[in-house]
Design a protein around this ligand. Structure first.
Ligand code: GCO
Length: 459
């Protein structure tokens, strides 16, 4: 179903259509106005970490093109914008002096959104940890959780009066497992002990952050954004089904369990609990404070089989092949039903608040030809996932909004600038933005919904 009008009719009038970005991926201006390096600056400047040694020094130059980009967002007809605040702009060394000029930028951003009738969804942590904190061990050090608490308080004290929603963390799965166990993201660690420490410290920081935000602004809806994985067993054998259960506990349960149930999964603790850092009295209560909303970032399912290797470390799985080989340009399987299966499973396992799809989108690298970008596969991808979202609403799940990832092409982490997720194309030589076919289509869809008069309806 790709007719925007027909699709729009499947959503309630107060459903939010938005676009999403993250600070490090678009801002550039990495040394401007007192910003200091993050772990991603260090990581991307180190040869062999990021494709082509691309870094975030210029990115989409959003920092210097703020007003034009806000106009672009408004022109897309959306009612909400999800962005992240860069900790290294606000407290450049993680702890210590607050940098007013860094906060000024987000003041202008938020005011600019308000002036255009667009809701502001801020994320406090989208992976740009101030590099100075690496000296203490970064996310493996408990002190980093307290540094985050202070940063959260500082950011919300200044901006909270004009935000419509705030998330503490974006995809802790990435900043924990992908960054400390698989070594793909900054800081590039590959060890389970470091990863387990990062896991608990990140979960704790989330909880401390929630409390800090609420102390500053009790009425501001607080959430957490998770890239939950829909995990399918590679076969129906008992061994592969058990592997999928272990993978669920490791990839989802290690985050959902603490945040929404106050406990790490049992199987996980049995296998790895003795290598976890000390869980201090009160930690799990701090982590499991009730949230106003949660965000799902969904792109592709995970398929796993049992790892045949003797003594393989938990969760002891290996990748299983996709059933149908439809992939985006980054190689990720396209399988929209997984979004529905995932929301149903998570709501069965946990008591969850309202849900926003805070990211969904696809990597296709078509370029500008004759002034246009024909990215039909991205349009189809978004339409198919929105169709599943509408089914979920019809089934009664509290799906409240959808943010397309991404507003524009940007720094795709370890892939650098070669992988494009935007509904707007960016020419990195000229910084010219060109709305793609998917972007024009998304505007037709989003424009059918009223702007600026959505009321937040806490569950
Ligand atoms: C994320 C991300 C984005 C990525 C996107 C595509 O994973 O949170 O927020 O930063 O660019 O997911 O990989």
């Amino acid at each position: 179903m790709t007719d925007p009008k027909t699709l729009a009719e499947r959503f309630p009038g107060d459903f939010l259509f938005g676009v999403a970005t993250a600070a490090f991926q678009i801002e550039g201006a990495s040394k401007a106005d007192g910003r200091k390096p993050s772990i991603w600056d260090a990581f991307s400047n180190m040869p062999g970490r990021v494709f082509g040694r691309h870094n975030g020094d210029v990115a989409c130059d959003h920092y210097n093109r703020l007003d034009d980009d806000l106009d672009l967002i408004a022109a897309l007809g959306v009612s909400a914008y999800r962005f992240s605040i860069a900790w290294p702009r606000v407290i450049p060394e993680g702890i210590g002096p607050v940098n007013e000029k860094g906060l000024d930028f987000y003041d202008r951003l938020v005011d600019g959104l308000k002036a255009r009738g667009i809701r502001a969804f801020a994320t406090l942590y989208h992976w740009d940890l101030p590099l100075a904190l690496a000296g203490d061990g970064g996310w493996t050090a408990r002190s980093t959780a307290y540094a985050f608490q202070r940063y959260a308080k500082t950011a919300i004290a200044r901006l909270g009066d004009r935000l419509d929603a705030v998330a503490t963390f974006n995809e802790p799965w990435c900043s924990v497992w992908l960054s400390h166990l698989y070594g793909i993201h900054a800081p590039g660690e590959r060890n389970m002990d470091a990863a387990l420490h990062a896991l608990h410290v990140t979960n704790l920081a989330h909880g401390l952050g929630v409390a800090a935000i609420r102390a500053e602004r009790p009425s501001l809806p607080v959430g957490l954004v998770l890239n939950a994985h829909q995990i399918y067993p590679g076969s129906e054998t008992a061994a592969d089904r058990a592997a999928a259960d272990r993978a669920f506990d490791f990839h989802n349960g290690a985050f959902f369990g603490p945040a929404f149930g106050g406990a790490y999964p049992e199987s996980f603790m049995q296998a790895l609990g003795d290598r976890m850092p000390a869980i201090e009295p009160g930690d799990m209560e701090t982590i499991s404070q009730t949230l106003d909303w949660w965000g799902l970032n969904y792109y592709t399912p995970m398929r796993v089989a049992a790892d045949p290797a003797e003594g393989a470390e938990f969760p002891a799985t290996v990748p299983a092949p996709p059933v149908v080989d439809v992939r985006t340009d980054i190689g990720w399987e396209v399988h929209p039903p997984a979004l529905g299966d995932l929301i149903r499973r998570l709501n069965a396992d946990y008591t969850l608040p309202d849900c926003y799809i805070t990211e969904n989108g696809a990597c296709y690298n078509m370029d500008v030809e004759g002034g246009a970008v024909d990215d039909q596969p991205r349009l189809d991808y978004i339409a198919d996932h929105l169709d599943v979202t509408a089914d979920l609403i019809a089934e009664g799940y509290p799906m409240r909004g959808y943010f397309a990832w991404s507003l524009m092409d940007n720094f795709e982490w370890a892939e650098g600038y070669r992988m494009r997720f935007g509904i707007v194309h960016v020419d990195y030589e000229t910084q010219v933005r060109t709305v793609k076919k998917s972007g024009h289509w998304y505007r037709q869809l989003a424009s059918r919904f009223p702007k600026g008069n959505h009321t937040y309806d806490a569950a």
